[in-house]
Design a protein around this ligand. Structure first.
Ligand SMILES: [Zn+2]
Length: 315
């Protein structure tokens, strides 16, 4: 362990105090074979979305797009310079169905190594694991659970993520499939794999608003990510404020994170049907401030992400 905790942005390591209002889980670029025709692959649209976010008071966006899904990290660095919004890029691996088998085969016996290289040597152009690492460094490791279980693929990626965490100090962010298997993931990462809970962020918990499970998971000390809204998960949107209120009242204010998780072109505000990244600050934030108060809301948008994404980098 060395030095102060820092956030590894695409423009370099910065003090957590520099983050400001943060979208803790979103995507400016993302392309998956699971969402054909819906790719986030338009730089001008990404820039428009970021400028609208900045105009609403936003200062930092954390992109959870992992390895091989069109991260475009070099573009993230240019967009950050152009808009003044700090951006954090991810390494890591999504669920298996997002990838051609050939790509998974190529990294099968060296996944942790690929994660570590992204975190300390920089990301390769075109996301080729053997390409020249001329892009900015990743600042977090994103992996994914399965529906209600940690399947073989998820277990493999979490073992690699934990190994990369132990080597670098990087935080681990987890896509929970439909918000499920939160306990199982927290138990694996923080139990057997010995990752400190303060370095683990669970995402998509809004999609499975089971308060009993959320309380149990919060008790482990991990960060709880509520990211949405989206057309796909609209059925749970209306529970958000009450869930946050319950968790805050139970003493977990310091673990709550909010994100937009824009994953398709249609969900952008500037060039699609919305609600897009700015919604988080233009609409959701004032509503949450009414329900939870300014202090709790500020903790969720500023202080918590500053702690969650800052780490004492070992390399
Ligand atoms: Zn996401």
């Amino acid at each position: 362990m060395t030095g102060e905790p820092l956030v590894r942005t695409v423009l370099g390591d910065v003090s957590p105090a520099a983050l400001g209002r943060t979208d803790a889980h979103d995507h400016l670029f993302f392309a998956s074979r699971q969402l054909p025709g819906q790719e986030l692959d338009d730089r001008a649209a990404a820039e428009a979305e970021l400028r609208a976010f900045a105009a609403a008071g936003g200062r930092t966006v954390v992109q959870w797009t992992p390895f091989g899904l069109n991260r475009r990290t070099a573009d993230l660095a240019e967009l950050s310079r152009a808009t003044g919004v700090a951006l954090v890029a991810a390494t890591g691996l999504h669920r298996a169905e997002h990838y051609p088998a050939e790509l998974l085969d190529r990294v099968a016996d060296r996944l942790a190594e690929v994660f570590v290289a992204d975190l300390i040597a920089g990301t390769p152009a075109g996301d080729d694991p053997d390409g020249e690492r001329s892009g900015p460094k990743a600042g977090l490791i994103k992996v994914a659970g399965a529906f209600h279980v940690v399947d073989r693929h998820a277990h493999w990626t979490m073992v690699a993520a934990a190994q990369a965490h132990h080597e670098t100090g990087a935080p681990i962010a987890v896509h929970l499939e439909l918000g499920t298997a939160a306990r199982e993931v927290a138990d694996l990462l923080c139990g057997e794999l010995a990752v400190p809970p303060s370095r683990v962020i669970l995402g998509h918990l809004n999609r499975n608003p089971d308060l009993r499970v959320l309380r149990e998971v919060a008790a482990t000390g991990v960060y709880l990510g509520f990211d949405g809204p989206s057309r796909a998960n609209h059925a749970t949107d209306w529970r958000l404020a009450d869930l946050l209120l319950e968790l805050s009242a139970a003493g977990h204010t310091g673990q709550l994170l909010l994100g937009g998780d824009t994953t398709t072109a249609a969900a952008r505000l500037s060039s699609g049907g919305g609600p897009g990244i700015p919604y988080l600050l233009t609409t959701l934030r004032p509503r949450l401030a009414e329900a939870l108060g300014e202090d709790v809301t500020d903790a969720m948008f500023v202080a918590n992400p500053a702690r969650a994404f800052a780490t004492r980098w070992r390399r």
